[in-house]
Design a protein around this ligand. Structure first.
Ligand code: NIG
Ligand code: FE
Length: 416
């Protein structure tokens, strides 16, 4: 069903419990609470016995003591691509590393071939199925990167699909241009020429089409150098676009410190992040995006420096990194679980990682990732006793009612 045809969530949502950390600011409401939605926005939140009389005429929904969290935010995905790479999964199981697979002509470039071959509607249909899985868990905002086209028309095709998905599903989509994801085969040994093309042709054209909310680069030995990364950041800055970075995933390239100098929204992966990188991120207010799905799939053993990030007070987000190579994952809740189990995040940290800190990684901290008056109505009523259960169960969907962008997108028999 199209988002615009879903039932309106306008009304008084009674008998809910507000999960710790769910409200914008440092607010908390103990015990029975209510949320009022009017014209798709949160109009009031407070104790269940103090709903203002002005709202008496609105429809009522019975939350049956559900726990309410903000809508989830998946802040790093490569959701739009052609084909799949199960063959590489098998190669890696047989002992090949991610870098060896990439050097053998697989990896990102193999998804580029399949993405170039697919037309826009095919990419849309395939990505829509994936998006539906994420939305069914309560995702209300998502970042979608390009980076499997690596030529203007194909990057445009990916980003157009991302925008269309946002409109059709009533989910906030932030598009990120990742033209500097890998070197396309036609530029073999001409990395610098390709970066010129990214900076001078692709980025300005896509930005003027209104298709770019942020700019990302894969800064790595098997991708682009620090100097090339800076050229892309410089081009982004000239256009007034925020940057983020695939940083220090396989080695310490010094990418995080560079990104921080450009005021990056986030540095993502960061398994090999240095103390200098952490200090620079803290100074710049850059969010650390942890991607346990890629860590797990690559059977990585080099943990991101969680204790040092925590000690520095760098906000930590958690995301699926959904992509066909290193993280074919479509459950953000599973990532929260893995962030705890693999990375030793605390449960509140993991939950903040898929809500408020994820929103911040997208520059959406004023509208998403927390429930607050005046914000768009994005929240989830969970049939759970304890919010820790969000990170505890895995491989199952907890009972839930999802209010996305002012509409009831999934309903767990809560309506009185
Ligand atoms: O975030 N690290 C680079 N980019 C993706 C992987 C892309 C791919 O292998 O297709 C990531 O893990
Ligand atoms: Fe990624």
């Amino acid at each position: 069903m199209k988002h615009s045809e879903l039932p309106s969530a306008d009304g008084v949502w009674r008998h809910v419990r507000i999960a710790p950390g769910a409200l914008a600011g440092d607010q908390a409401i103990e015990g029975d609470a209510a949320i009022v939605v009017a014209q798709g926005k949160i109009a009031w939140i407070g104790a269940g016995n103090s709903v203002p009389a002005d709202f008496a005429a609105l429809p009522r929904f019975d939350g049956r003591d559900a726990l309410v969290s903000p809508g989830l935010v998946d802040c790093h995905t490569h959701l739009v691509y052609g084909g799949q790479r199960a063959n590489e999964f098998a190669m890696r199981l047989a002992g090949a590393t991610y870098e060896e697979v990439a050097k053998a002509g697989g990896g990102i470039v193999s998804s580029v071939r399949a993405t170039r071959e697919a037309d826009e509607d095919t990419l849309y249909a395939q990505a829509a199925r994936r998006l539906e899985q994420l939305l069914a868990e309560g995702v209300c905002a998502i970042e979608i990167k390009s980076g499997y086209g690596l030529a203007l028309e194909h990057e445009r095709k990916q980003l157009r699909v991302a925008r269309r998905l946002g409109e059709a599903y009533g989910v906030t989509v932030r598009t990120t241009f990742l033209g500097a994801h890998a070197l396309p085969p036609e530029y073999a040994d001409r990395s610098s020429d390709y970066i010129d093309r990214v900076c001078q042709e692709m980025l300005p054209a896509l930005a003027s089409d209104g298709l770019v909310d942020a700019v990302d680069v894969f800064c790595e030995r098997i991708a682009f150098s620090l100097e090339e990364t800076e050229r892309v950041f410089h081009a982004a800055k000239k256009l007034g676009l925020p940057v983020k970075l695939h940083a220090e995933q396989l080695s310490d390239m010094g990418g995080a410190a560079l990104a921080a100098r450009y005021g990056a929204l986030s540095c993502d992966h960061i398994e090999h992040l240095s103390a200098d990188g952490i200090a620079a991120m803290r100074e710049a207010g850059t969010t650390a995006v942890l991607l346990p799905g890629a860590y797990y799939t690559l059977r990585d053993t080099h943990l991101p420096p969680i204790d040092a990030l925590r000690a520095a007070g760098v906000p930590m987000a958690v995301s699926t990194d959904h992509n066909p190579g290193t993280s074919p994952a479509l459950s953000l809740l599973l990532m929260a679980n893995m962030a705890c189990t693999l990375f030793r995040l605390t449960v509140p940290e993991a939950i903040a990682g898929i809500t408020r800190h994820a929103a911040r990684a997208l520059g959406l901290q004023d509208t998403h990732g927390a429930i607050g008056v005046g914000r768009p109505a994005n929240f989830v009523l969970w049939q759970l006793r304890d919010i820790a259960e969000l990170a505890y169960w895995f491989g199952q969907q907890p009972g839930r009612t999802i209010v996305r962008q002012g509409r009831i997108a999934v309903e767990e028999a809560t309506v009185a």
